[in-house]
Design a protein around this ligand. Sequence first.
Ligand code: ZN
Length: 114
Amino acid sequence: MKQLCVRCLFIGTGRHGLFSGNVYVAIAQVSLGIALIAVNIDFGNLGGLDWEKSLILAISLLSILVGILNFRDYTKPGRICPKCATPGMLVIESPEGQRFIRENNIKIPEQAMK
Ligand SMILES: [Zn+2]
């Protein structure tokens, strides 16, 4: 699945940003969340959580959630052009990609479609 950069017309595979689809950041986010919960939260006494512990729990869960979203992005191609760093590369086969190619009269090399 090749993508096209709308700015420099580079054809190839987009890359991910640091906080989107970065598997190492995703692992760090999930581990941080789990570690914070393990260190701070006593699951035998959830009713006794004060506001500070509740806040830590909320931040931990958020960190894990963001990490999971990051993992999900990792399985999809990125949308940032590796050549000029413009986000929003279009998939050539998609309707938006086809429309952009038609409107701008772009010639796509035959081998780029494979
Ligand atoms: Zn580009």
